[in-house]
Design a protein around this ligand. Sequence first.
Ligand SMILES: [Zn+2]
Length: 80
Amino acid sequence: MSQMPQKQRTCPNCGGSDRYATKVSAGGGYAPNYLPGLNTKWWGTTKFDVVACARCGLTQFFVPEESRAKLPLSKYWTPI
Ligand SMILES: [Zn+2]
């Protein structure tokens, strides 16, 4: 499936369609940085795209689209 996970209409856990999206800081500075090396701007921090299901509470974190191209180039990330 080529569709982006956060664009899926239904929750992969419960099948519910009542899902919500937001952006939250991935940290850095004095907080742990959960997306090291993926900042696309010299200021600010990278933000997760977060999707939560209102039915079962499943919460998913996604690297934002603009940062994904940096994954293969970053010394902080290892292909698995
Ligand atoms: Zn759900």
